[in-house]
Write a protein that binds this ligand. Structure first.
Ligand SMILES: [Zn+2]
Length: 258
């Protein structure tokens, strides 16, 4: 790795930390219907306004011992966890894509999927605002790719894949719903499917769906009666297929064609 690439990688990681800090605001406020830009960060327990040095990703949580500086109420482990995971996400996505403009849109898509996963995990909700943001940045990633490579076919394919995956899943949900007289698939899943297809293409979308289902089996069996949020598994499946597309498709090809 050259010096320049190393510097870019460090910058991507630091940016990922800062975005992760913002994701915590999104995760806390969006399910409550609160504005994500205003007011500034405050302790959810005592409402005291945080100073800038209470707001440094990872470091503040550690130096404060995971407690509010004012009321000493415990601050959820989710805060440093989301910051750390998002920093790692931005680093590995940078290492995968390299210094291209599409990096920002792909990283933003995975950050939105991370926020969506955390919200689904904590509140069993999938807010449309974050969901559509992820779809938008995934399509912008394809548009940037198309622009950088001078082939608008890339954008057209991505839009087509999005429509096919979202439409296909919607139709499937409608049919299963008709057959079982229960709502099988929410509109939120359909949008997530569109995001996945925009990023991965159609074969990749199906592989990611399959990986997500496999990953969800264990937790679903353990949870028994309680609901298992599915978005975190979809996001994880998408990340795995995005990062390991080449070995996965090589393995599939050699399996199918011998
Ligand atoms: Zn407090």
């Amino acid at each position: 790795m050259g010096m320049e690439t190393l510097l870019y990688a460090v910058a991507a990681t630091v940016l990922g930390l800062l975005v992760g800090s913002f994701l915590n605001v999104v995760i806390h406020r969006t399910p409550r219907g609160e504005n994500i830009a205003w007011p500034g960060s405050h302790c959810p327990h005592c409402g005291e306004k945080l100073r800038w040095y209470h707001n440094v990703p990872l470091l503040s949580w550690m130096t404060l011992g995971g407690k509010c500086a004012f009321c000493h109420e415990r601050i959820s482990l989710r805060y440093p966890l989301i910051e750390g995971i998002n920093a790692l996400l931005w680093l590995i996505i940078f290492l995968k894509i390299g210094p291209h403009a599409s990096f920002f849109f792909v990283a933003a898509t995975f950050s939105a999927l991370l926020a969506l996963s955390a919200i689904d995990f904590e509140y069993y909700a999938v807010p449309d605002s974050v969901n559509f943001f992820a779809l938008g940045t995934a399509i912008l990633a394809a548009a940037t790719n198309a622009w950088e490579s001078g082939s608008w076919q890339i954008l057209w394919n991505s839009l087509l894949n999005t429509a096919l995956a979202a439409g296909g899943l919607w139709l499937l949900g409608w049919l299963v719903g008709k057959a079982t007289k229960k709502e099988a698939m929410g509109g939120a899943d359909v949008i997530v499917a569109g995001t996945m297809a925009a990023l991965l293409g159609l074969p990749g979308f199906f592989v990611a769906l399959f990986v997500a289902a496999i990953l969800a089996i264990g937790p679903s069996l353990m949870a028994k009666d309680t609901m298992v949020p599915f978005v975190p598994f979809l996001a994880l499946g998408t990340l795995i297929v995005y990062l390991f597309d080449e070995p996965i498709f090589q393995a599939l090809e050699s399996y199918i064609y011998g």
